[in-house]
Design a protein around this ligand. Structure first.
Ligand SMILES: Nc1ncnc2c1ncn2[C@@H]1O[C@H](COP(=O)(O)OP(=O)(O)OP(=O)(O)O)[C@@H](O)[C@H]1O
Length: 250
């Protein structure tokens, strides 16, 4: 780790590189995420955004570099170990159980319910119920606990999946385009949800919707060709001539 870098970041990514057949999709990338921060990663198609999340959650192995989370090196750890360390990742398409209720989906994700059978048959004790209700309230589904997931709206399904991550209390939540396909009202509520989450956690969001980025981002990291092109507040980044040239000016 760079000795000059402050040590108290939640996540420190340094010199991260991954080559696919010689092509560096992520190229000597460094960035740092604070506790209680909403960081948004933007950049043109193919900039390496999804690959960065894949590297952090252990889905892809880096060729070089370091990913330190709460002081622990994540590179070399398996995906489930990284989840256990406190990193939750939501993909673009919800992977909820459509034929189960909202309650059952959340209950299944409670750390004690390791598999479908375990989750469905263990006693719904007060601790689980309280936690499910707490998370359901955060994700605006408290009144839908007995609703089958299949009949939820697209936005509600996205929230449910976020809830399934939240119930595991990750310290860092990574979301890939969480508001894609959502109505304006759902986007506003999603921004509200993210602001509730970061009271105790940090969030990294990949997003293409610039209005939503303006609404939620504490800081924005602009990726281009696997490197950081610009970083800072949305206001600073959107006036950066380099960003205007390669991205926002298109
Ligand atoms: N497993 C892989 N093998 C080979 N090339 C890959 C692999 N994964 C990603 N790439 C390439 O790496 C580059 C970065 O892809 P990535 O999906 O991370 O970009 P992105 O910024 O998320 O783009 P988008 O906004 O289109 O989702 C692309 O050129 C992509 O084709």
């Amino acid at each position: 780790m760079d000795p000059s870098a402050p040590a108290d970041f939640l996540l420190s990514v340094e010199g991260l590189t991954v080559s696919f057949d010689g092509f560096k999709a992520v190229n000597d990338l460094s960035f740092y995420v604070d506790e209680n921060e909403i960081r948004v990663i933007i950049g043109p198609n193919g900039a390496g955004k999804t690959t960065v999340l894949d590297l952090i959650c252990g889905r892809t192995r880096p060729t070089e570099g370091s990913i330190r989370f709460k002081g622990q090196e994540l590179t070399g750890m398996r995906e489930h170990e990284i989840v256990h360390a406190g990193v939750g990742r939501k993909f673009q398409n919800p992977s909820i159980y459509e034929d189960l209720t909202v309650f059952e989906n959340l209950e299944l994700s409670f750390p004690r319910g390791r598999n479908v059978f375990g989750a469905l048959f263990f006693r719904r004790d007060a601790e689980v119920r309280d936690r499910v209700e707490e998370v359901a309230e955060m994700i605006f589904l408290k009144d839908h606990l007995d609703t089958e997931a299949a009949i939820l709206s697209h936005g509600q399904k996205q929230w449910l999946e976020i809830g399934m991550l939240l119930i595991q209390s990750p310290k860092l939540l990574m979301l890939d385009e969480p508001v894609a396909g959502m109505s304006i009202a759902e986007r506003v509520k999603t921004a509200e949800l993210l602001n509730t989450i970061i009271r105790n956690q940090s969030v990294i969001v990949i997003e293409h919707d610039m209005k939503f980025v303006e609404d939620i981002a504490h800081r924005v990291t602009v990726l281009h060709q696997g490197k950081v092109l610009s970083e800072g507040t949305m206001d600073r980044v959107k006036h950066d001539p380099k960003v205007v040239e390669v991205y926002l000016g298109h």
